[in-house]
Design a protein around this ligand. Structure first.
Ligand code: HDE
Length: 750
C-alpha cells in the first residue's frame, strides 16, 4: 500500500530533487555511481542491481546456484507434486461431480499431467534419428603440437566427451543392424570451447555439394507413397539416385561392404571425412583428416546375422554398447590424424582434398595417433542426453578450422538450422548435455527456453554501461581466429573443379583393396539390394556403373540379376594401387569384449566356474545358456534355450549335449503330444548350426564333442574339439583374433 501511494504521488509530476541526476548517480538509481561514458579499456564489473531488484530470493533450492545435479532437479523430496510443487494426495482418479459424475475442468492435476504427456515427443532427427550414446574421456598423447595449438591435444590433457553413434536412414524405432552408414559424433567438452567431430564410419560421402543433401536423403528414406521400406537402401529410389549421381558410387560400394553392418559400435572405425585446416602455435597451417581407430579392431556381422538380429534384437548395438560399459569393458578408440602440407591447390598426390568423395590412402599419408578415447559411463536418461544432444561441425576450438569443401560448408548451415526446430528454439546450448565446460559469456538473449537470469543492461558491444563487458579476446587470450586461407578467384559460379568429375577411381581403389572374402560379400550385397528393385532400367544403370569400377564385380552382379554385362563407358583405371589398410581382414585383433556362449544341460559340467573365470580374465563376457533360467548347480544362468540366439555370441563353447526337453520348441507334436525323437534339444542344434554357418569358432569337449560330431561339424575349420576346457579355450581365443573362420564362408551358406 505505501508503495502504491508513493507511486501515485509522483505520477505525472516532475521528478523530485532527490531523484534528479544531480551527481554522477545513475538516473533514477540514487547512490549507484554511473560508469564513465567512455568505452572502458579494461573489464569492470557490471553495475550493482537496481534497488528494486533486491527483493526476496524466489529461486528454488534446486536452482543452478546450488550446483544441484541436473537430474535431481524436479525430482526432490519423497512426495509426488504438481509441476508447481504442490503435494498431491491422488494421481489415479480424476476430480468428478460425484462418484459416477462427469469430470471437472477444475482438475488442474489431470490437465497438467495430460497436457505434459501430449507434448512429450519432439521431432526426431531428419537423418541419424536412431542413436545410442555414452560419456567418456579423451586423453591426449601430446604429440600433435607441431600441427595444432588446440588445447585438448596438448600433453597430459584429459577432456570429457559425449559420443553418439547412429544409423542414418531409419527412424527412431528402427532396427540397429540394417545395412547403412553409421554416425560417429564426438563432443569434446574442451576448456577452450566445445569441439564437435561429427563423423561417420565410412571415410567418404555420397555427394560433393551440400545442395544435393535433401535429394540423396529423399532418395534413401522410405518411398513417399507407402512409406516403405524402413531403414533400407534396397529400393528403387536409392539406386535411382546413386546410379544417376555417379559421385555416389564410392560411398555406395562401402555401403555394400561389411562396413555397413558392424558387429558392434565398439568395433567400427570413425572418420571426419572432410579435410580440416589446423594451425600450430607458430601460425603454420596443415591440411588434416581425422580417423578413429577402434582398439578391438574392425569387425562386422554377416548379412544373414544382421537380418536375423533385426527381428530377434532390434536394439542389438545399443544394448551391446551399454552392456560393455556396465561390465567395465570400456570401448576405446585412438584418434589419428593424416597430416598433409597446406598448399594453394589443396591437393595431395593428385587427390583433391576438397572432394569429400575421396580419401587419402593410409599408405600415402600415415595416420598419426594423437590420443585415446574411452567410453566409461552410460547416459542416465536417454531423452535428456542422447536425444537432446546437438552436434555441429562448426563447433571448433582455436587451432582447428574448416576448409572450403562445399559439403562441409553446407553442413555449417544445416545443423543449427535443424536444431532450432528439433530442440524448440535457440537456447538448446543451455541444456545440460550441450552446456560447454568452458565459461560462456555471450550477448545472446531471451528466446524460448531461456534458462539464464542474465545480469547487466548492455548485451551489445561496445558498451559503456556494463563496464564494457564482455571484451573480445586477442590471439594471446586463446581466441578462435580463422586460419589464413585465400580464395582462388572472385567470380560467382555454380561450377565445380574438374577433379570432382572423377567418380570411379576410388571406388575401384576400395574394391581392389578388399580380400576375396570381402569382395564376395560386396557382390552378394549388390545382388541382394538391386534384386529388391522393381525397375529393370535402374538395375541396368547401376550395373553400368559397376562396369566402370571393375569388370569382375560387374559381371558377377549382372549374372546374379540376370542382366546383360555392359561394356564400361569409362575404362577402369587399372593403375590404381590397392590400399591394404582399407581391408578389415587379415589382421589379428584382441579377443577382448567378445561374448562367449557356454551351452550346458541340466547339471553344471566339471570346471564350469573356473572356465567362466578364465573367460573373464581374458576380457570376454561368458554367458551360460541352459535349459531353464535361474541357477544350475549354484551357477546363474544368463540365457535359456528359448531366449538365446546364435547371433549374440562371437563364439560357442559346448561341453554338453542337452537332451530334448518336453517343452522344446517343435519337439512335441501339439496334437499328439508325443515327444519328437533325436538325441539333442533342437534349439541347441539350431544355435550350433547358425554359429557354424556364420563362420564362428566353436569349441567342444566331452558330450559336446560327440554332439558336434553327430552334426557333422567335427574336424571342419574353426571347430575345436578336445578333452580339457582350458585347451579348447586357448585355441578359441586364437581363432577370435581373426574374428571369424572365413574358410567356412560363403560355402557355409551355399
Ligand atoms: Fe549430417 N546432419 N549432414 N553428415 N550428420 C545431421 O543434424 C547434413 C554429413 C552426421 O548424433 C543433422 O542435428 C547435411 C556428413 C552425424 O546427433 C542435419 C549434410 C557427415 C549426424 C545434418 C550432411 C554427417 C548428422 C540431423 C551434407 C559425416 C548425427 C540432426 C552437406 C562427416 C549427429 C542434426 C547426432 C546429423 C545435415 C552430411 C554426419 C540435418 C546438410 C558428410 C553423425 O543437420
Amino acid at each position: 500500500k505505501p508503495a502504491k501511494k508513493a507511486a501515485k504521488k509522483t505520477a505525472g509530476k516532475a521528478p523530485s530533487k532527490a531523484a534528479k541526476n544531480t551527481s554522477n548517480d545513475i538516473p533514477g538509481r540514487p547512490g549507484v555511481e554511473s560508469p564513465s561514458v567512455d568505452e572502458p579499456t579494461t573489464p569492470a564489473d557490471p553495475p550493482a542491481p537496481h534497488p528494486d531488484q533486491e527483493g526476496p530470493q524466489t529461486r528454488s533450492a534446486t536452482g543452478a546456484e546450488t550446483g544441484a545435479a541436473p537430474q535431481t532437479q524436479a525430482q526432490q523430496g519423497k512426495f509426488l507434486t504438481t509441476a508447481q510443487g504442490a503435494r498431491l494426495y491422488d494421481t489415479d482418479h480424476s476430480l468428478k461431480a460425484g462418484r459416477r459424475g462427469p469430470v471437472l475442468l477444475q482438475d488442474h492435476h489431470l490437465r497438467e499431467k495430460i497436457t505434459h504427456f501430449d507434448h512429450e515427443r519432439i521431432p526426431e532427427r531428419v537423418v541419424h534419428a536412431r542413436g545410442a550414446a555414452a560419456h567418456g574421456v579423451f586423453e591426449s598423447y601430446g604429440n600433435a603440437g607441431s600441427v595444432t595449438h588446440a588445447n585438448f591435444l596438448a600433453e597430459g590433457r584429459r577432456t570429457p566427451v559425449f559420443v553418439r553413434f547412429s544409423t542414418v536412414l531409419g527412424s527412431r524405432g528402427s532396427a540397429d543392424t540394417v545395412r547403412d552408414t553409421r554416425g560417429f559424433a564426438v563432443k569434446f567438452y574442451s576448456d577452450e570451447g566445445t569441439f564437435d567431430l561429427v563423423g561417420n564410419n565410412i571415410p567418404v560421402f555420397f555427394i560433393q555439394d551440400a545442395i544435393k543433401f535433401p535429394d540423396v536423403i529423399h532418395a534413401g528414406k522410405p518411398q513417399p507413397d507407402r512409406e516403405i521400406p524402413q531403414a533400407q537402401s534396397a529400393h528403387d529410389t536409392f539406386w535411382d539416385f546413386v546410379s544417376l549421381h555417379t559421385e555416389a558410387q564410392h560411398h555406395t560400394i562401402w555401403n555394400m561392404s561389411d562396413r555397413a553392418i558392424p558387429r558392434s559400435y565398439r568395433m567400427m572405425e570413425g572418420f571426419g571425412i572432410h579435410t580440416f585446416r589446423m594451425t600450430n602455435a607458430d601460425g603454420q597451417t596443415s591440411l588434416v583428416k581425422f580417423h578413429w581407430k577402434p582398439v578391438l579392431g574392425v569387425h562386422s556381422l554377416t548379412w544373414e546375422e544382421a537380418q536375423l538380429i533385426a527381428g530377434a534384437d532390434p536394439d542389438f548395438h545399443r544394448r551391446d554398447l551399454a552392456d560393455a560399459i556396465e561390465a567395465g569393458a570400456y570401448p576405446e578408440w585412438e584418434l589419428g590424424l593424416q597430416v598433409v602440407p597446406d598448399n594453394p591447390e589443396q591437393t595431395f598426390e593428385g587427390i583433391d582434398l576438397l572432394d569429400p568423395t575421396k580419401l587419402i590412402p593410409e599408405e600415402l599419408a600415415e595416420v598419426q595417433l594423437v590420443g585415446r578415447l574411452t567410453l566409461n559411463r552410460n547416459p542416465i536418461n536417454y531423452f535428456a542426453e542422447t536425444e537432446q544432444v546437438a552436434f555441429h561441425p562448426g563447433h571448433l576450438p582455436p587451432g582447428i578450422d574448416v576448409t572450403d569443401d562445399p559439403l562441409l560448408q553446407g553442413r555449417l548451415f544445416s545443423y543449427l538450422d535443424t536444431q532450432l526446430t528439433r530442440l524448440g528454439g535457440p537456447n538448446f546450448a543451455q541444456l545440460p548435455i550441450n552446456r560447454p565446460h568452458a565459461p560462456v559469456n555471450d550477448n545472446l538473449r531471451d528466446g524460448f527456453g531461456q534458462q539464464a537470469d542474465h545480469t547487466g543492461v548492455a548485451p551489445y558491444k561496445p558498451n559503456s554501461l556494463d563496464g564494457g563487458c564482455p571484451f573480445t579476446a586477442g590471439a594471446d587470450d586463446r581466441a578462435f581466429v580463422e586460419a589464413v586461407a585465400t580464395v582462388e578467384e572472385g567470380r560467382k559460379t555454380r561450377e565445380q573443379p574438374a577433379s570432382f568429375d572423377d567418380h570411379f577411381s576410388q571406388a575401384r581403389l576400395f574394391w581392389t583393396s578388399l580380400s576375396p572374402t570381402e569382395q564376395d560379400h560386396v557382390v552378394a550385397a549388390y545382388s541382394f539390394e538391386l534384386g529388391k528393385c522393381w525397375h529393370e532400367e535402374i538395375k541396368q544403370r547401376q550395373v553400368q556403373c559397376l562396369a566402370n569400377i571393375d569388370p569382375v564385380l560387374c559381371e558377377q552382379v549382372a549374372t546374379a540379376l540376370g542382366l546383360d554385362v555392359p561394356a564400361p563407358t569409362e575404362t577402369p583405371d587399372t593403375s590404381v594401387a590397392p590400399s591394404p589398410a582399407l581391408s578389415q581382414l587379415g589382421e589379428q585383433w584382441p579377443s577382448e569384449g567378445r561374448t562367449v556362449g557356454i551351452v550346458i544341460a541340466d547339471s553344471a559340467p566339471e570346471g564350469l566356474a573356473a572356465l567362466q573365470d578364465e573367460i573373464v580374465a581374458a576380457g570376454m563376457v561368458p554367458l551360460i545358456i541352459a535349459p531353464h533360467g535361474g541357477q544350475i548347480d549354484g551357477i546363474p544362468v544368463q540365457r535359456t534355450f528359448a531366449t538365446a540366439r546364435s547371433v549374440e555370441f562371437d563364439t560357442l563353447l559346448v561341453p554338453a549335449n542337452p537332451a530334448p526337453a518336453a517343452d522344446a520348441l517343435g519337439v512335441r507334436d501339439a496334437k499328439a503330444g508325443a515327444p519328437a525323437a533325436g538325441p539333442t534339444d533342437p534349439r541347441v542344434a539350431l544355435l550350433i548350426n547358425e554359429a557354424w554357418r556364420h563362420a564362428k569358432a566353436i569349441g567342444a569337449w566331452g558330450p559336446g564333442a560327440e554332439l558336434l560330431d553327430s552334426l557333422g561339424y567335427a574336424g571342419s575349420p574353426g571347430v575345436v574339439t578336445g578333452t580339457a576346457a582350458d585347451d579348447v579355450l586357448t585355441q578359441i581365443i586364437a581363432l577370435l583374433g581373426a574374428h571369424r573362420v572365413w574358410e567356412r564362408f560363403p560355402s557355409a551358406l551355399a
